[in-house]
Design a protein around this ligand. Structure first.
Ligand code: THU
Length: 136
């Protein structure tokens, strides 16, 4: 495992402790590295009106955007499952909005073995607004 992966894994696991998941009891943590090198974390935040729940990945991405950055290089997501969990489709589409052509998604569970895929592999045909594609 690279130093970056282990740094993101540690940050995501620590963040996961603050997940708000009283309905699913499925806390998720996320940590991403932006192009500037900063690390942003996120957690899933559920709501009594279930559909208002936000996933850990979008939480981390929105914190990055709120801090003034628009591109992530690497994003890691972890749950308490033995095996790694993949991001949901909605989060993949939001990642596309703030990704570089080679942004990476790392999935982790309780074990230290991770699965690494490029975002393009996970969502090859993500929607980009025609004529509004942006680059760093
Ligand atoms: N969840 C995430 O935060 N990220 C994922 O990649 C999958 C699902 C959350 C949403 C909800 O709070 C709980 O996990 C169960 O779906």
């Amino acid at each position: 495992m690279t130093t970056l992966t282990s740094e993101l894994l540690q940050a995501a696991r620590q963040a996961r402790e603050n997940a708000y998941a009283p309905y699913s009891n499925f806390p998720v943590g996320c940590a991403l590295q932006s192009v500037s090198g900063r690390v942003f974390t996120g957690v899933n935040i559920e709501n009594a009106s279930y559909g208002l729940t936000i996933c850990a990945e979008r939480c981390a991405l929105f914190r990055m955007v709120a801090a003034g950055e628009h591109f992530f290089r690497t994003l890691l997501v972890t749950a308490g499952t033995a095996e790694p969990v993949p991001p949901c489709g909605a989060c993949l589409q939001v990642m596309i909005e703030f990704a570089l052509p080679d942004s990476l998604v790392i999935m982790a569970g309780r074990k230290d073995q991770v699965i690494e895929k490029s975002l393009i592999e996970l969502l090859p045909l993500g929607f980009r607004f025609p004529g509004k594609e942006k680059h760093p």
